[in-house]
Ligand binder design. Structure first.
Ligand code: UFG
Length: 330
């Protein structure tokens, strides 16, 4: 086993995935220090350790926090994530996602922090040649978002090769669900993701949900995705960090379940679980959506012992629904 850890700096720890990881870090007896500019994260989601407000676009901000807390590792979640927005504001995405990661790496080098877990995405693959997608498939990202993350992966590879950092690159498929106690969950503004939007439509909040395309070459004509519970993702981050502590220099792993669920299947599951019918209107396809994305999970299983236990679609929806009912006061 790697040596005991006392503190982890969680960059973007006030956001959706970051806050769930903080919860799990604290459950292991390690202190999560959150660094966040609160541009999309929430102060109320920082519950397990101190919050340092700062901006990854400013190297000095990160350096100051690294020097103060001397963490054993950094987990980096802070990024712009809305694919459509990236197409409209590429410079913002490159500055935050790629420039921010470079600042973080430089600050880690200056302060002697070696271990990094980096949030990447299945968007780095673009339109895959085969599904399920293994880590060996070529990366041809189709979006600014995917390219801004892929560039960080390449930088990390170069730096890890000369011993400048130990890094785990985790490529998430569709993060979903919430903390089972309904305490923290997905709170994006605007919300673009399917499950929260469909739950909103079921609850009768706002207009009907838009269903983007029913003419895909899939079993029911709607897109198929690989939904993975945010707490299963959180588990994998700690497993990846253990591997770095045991001497791995660089890990690249997909995090998904290997199962594909269609948009209509999600809507059906929501109706079954909540007893409410999500109202939707069929719209044109959303540009850039691949018909089917799912993960080949063999490598994450072997390397990280990744075994998602809350990622069946019913548990994901039950947990998300519990959180949103509380959030929406219904
Ligand atoms: N969808 C709808 N209506 C909505 C929202 C989504 O029909 O209101 C559909 C989408 O077209 C897609 C599916 O539901 O077919 C899932 O869409 P999400 O936006 O929830 O998730 P994505 O698969 O588009 O996005 C996820 C991550 C991104 C990442 C992307 C990589 O959330 O950060 O995978 O493909 F970039």
């Amino acid at each position: 086993m790697g040596r005991e850890m006392k503190r982890i700096l969680v960059v973007g720890g006030a956001g959706y995935i970051g806050s769930h990881v903080c919860r799990m870090i604290a459950a292991r007896g390690i202190e999560p220090i959150v660094f966040d500019n609160l541009s999309s994260g929430h102060r109320h989601a920082v519950k397990w350790g101190p919050l340092e407000v700062g901006d990854i676009r400013v190297q000095g901000d990160i350096e100051r926090v690294l020097a103060r807390y001397k963490p054993d590792a950094v987990m980096h979640f802070a990024a712009c994530i809305e694919v459509g927005e990236g197409e409209r504001s590429p410079l913002r995405f490159w500055t935050n996602n790629t420039g921010g990661a470079l600042n973080l790496l430089n600050a880690m080098a200056t302060t002697g922090v070696e271990n990094l877990v980096f949030s990447s995405t299945c968007a780095v693959y673009g339109q895959p040649e085969f599904v399920p997608i293994s880590e060996r498939q070529a990366c041809h990202p189709l979006s600014v978002y995917g390219r801004s993350k892929r560039a960080v992966e390449q930088i990390l590879s170069d730096v890890a090769n000369v011993g400048g950092v130990r890094c785990a690159i985790l490529r998430y498929f569709n993060a979903a669900g919430a903390s089972p106690d309904g305490d923290i969950g997905e709170e994006h503004d605007p919300e673009t993701h399917l499950i929260p939007n469909a739950l909103k439509a079921a609850a009768g909040i706002g207009p009907k949900m838009k269903l983007f395309g029913t003419d895909y070459p899939t079993r029911d004509g709607t897109c198929i995705r690989d939904y993975v519970h945010v707490l299963d993702l959180a588990d994998a981050h700690l497993a990846a960090l253990d591997m770095l502590k045991m001497g791995e220099r660089k890990i690249v792993a997909n995090l998904g379940t290997g199962d594909g669920v269609s948009v209509l299947e999600i809507l059906g599951a929501i109706e079954r679980i909540t007893g409410l019918t999500p109202k939707y209107e069929v719209c044109e396809r959303r540009p850039g959506d691949a018909p089917v994305l799912s993960a080949d999970t063999a490598y994450a299983e072997e390397l990280l012992g990744f075994n998602p236990v809350r990622s069946d679609i019913d548990t994901i929806i039950e947990d998300a629904w519990r959180f949103h009912r509380r959030q929406w006061g219904i």
